[in-house]
Ligand binder design. Structure first.
Ligand code: PEP
Ligand code: MN
Length: 342
């Protein structure tokens, strides 16, 4: 059971809810948010008490609503919050009627590359520029990203071209620095269950794109989102990016498009899809991008590089600007057929 307090509820009103729960020998759990506080009950509720307790809590001053939540995730659950959450970043609304496309290179490589990529994706209609400065690479011998220099370039290009930016943070101690340079923090698939990182990012309260781990169940994914919400970030964007494939011969991962309607049903958070990592092959990215929007995704995150053949990471799955333009043109009809715009 969860009690959601009204925005601006007084500390005494919050305390009264806590005391009421404690008076029934149950453990209250306070979840303070930016605007509203939620109070959960972290104990089993005897069935005979359920109805009267709900009525009692509902009648207390400052209480907005009381809900029963059957899922393991609470704040991320649509049972708790019925409306779609819309994350607003630099005038871009993620989770609203317009599908949002985030695009850019896998890694920031140098000034010329990121400026060329940013101009290209912006001209084609992308609303957010992606670009990794800290790269989680399977091999320590692969390009590891430019680090702080990459973040500085993301900030410069974002300010110059007036485009929102997203970049990955890999370590709790870097959270503040990354948040100072980009508009959206990305938690990569490999770090979805890095709880120290989830807590640090949650506490920063910055909009966050959370990628699903390649072996994570839907419950594990939503519980990772729950960490972010529980620790104070209300602007969480979910991203399906492919799960371990049965057959790696032709694709790097298997894009789990089932996850889109499932996540939209279970959670109020916006859902993006990453067909670049989901397929690992530029050739298959357009088809899976269209499929993702048709399945109800709120948008896409795509790798686009001015010269994919010479990319320092993920070139084989990156579109060039012309391919990206063609894809954006073809997505308009799919968005419209799904009752959205692009
Ligand atoms: C990326 O976005 O470049 C990336 C590393 O993605 P993922 O965490 O999904 O593998
Ligand atoms: Mn990549």
């Amino acid at each position: 059971m969860m009690v959601l307090m009204q925005p601006g509820a007084k500390p005494a009103q919050i305390q009264e809810v806590i005391d009421t729960i404690s008076s029934h020998n149950m453990r209250p759990l306070k979840l303070p948010g930016d605007e509203q506080t939620a109070i959960g009950i972290a104990s089993a509720i005897p069935p005979e008490l359920r109805e009267s307790l709900t009525a009692q809590l509902r009648s207390l001053p400052g209480v907005e609503h009381v809900v029963q939540i059957s899922r393991p995730f609470k704040l991320a659950s649509r049972e708790f919050w019925k409306q779609d959450t819309v994350v607003s970043v630099k005038g871009v609304e993620i989770g609203g009627p317009k599908c949002v496309v985030m695009a850019g290179p896998c890694s920031v490589e140098n000034r010329e590359q990121i400026f060329m990529a940013a101009e290209a994706v912006k001209n084609c209609g992308a609303a957010v520029l992606r670009g990794g400065a800290y790269k989680p690479r399977t091999s320590p011998y692969s390009f590891q990203g430019l680090g702080l220099e990459g973040l500085r370039l993301m900030k410069e290009v974002g300010d110059n071209l007036q485009i929102a930016t997203v970049s990955e943070v890999m370590a709790p101690e870097d959270v503040e620095l990354v948040a100072e340079h980009v508009d959206i923090l990305q938690i990569g698939a490999r770090n979805m269950q890095n709880y120290a990182l989830l807590i640090a990012v949650g506490k920063a309260g910055h909009p966050t794109l959370l990628k699903r781990g390649p072996g994570a169940s839907i419950d594990e994914f939503l519980l990772a989102a729950e960490y972010l919400l529980h620790h104070g970030t209300k602007d969480v964007i979910l991203c399906e990016r492919g799960v371990y494939p049965l057959d790696k011969t032709y694709t790097r991962n298997t894009l789990d498009l089932n996850a889109v309607p499932v996540l939209k049903h279970l959670s109020h958070l916006p859902v993006l899809v990453d067909p670049s990592h989901g397929t690992g092959m530029a050739r298959y990215v357009p088809a899976m991008s269209r499929a993702a929007l048709a399945a109800g995704a709120d948008g896409l995150i795509l790798e686009v590089h001015p010269d994919p053949k010479h990319a320092l990471s993920d070139g084989q799955q990156s579109l060039n600007p012309e391919q990206f333009q063609c894809l954006m043109d073809s997505l308009k009809g799919i968005a419209a057929a799904s009752g959205r715009s692009l």
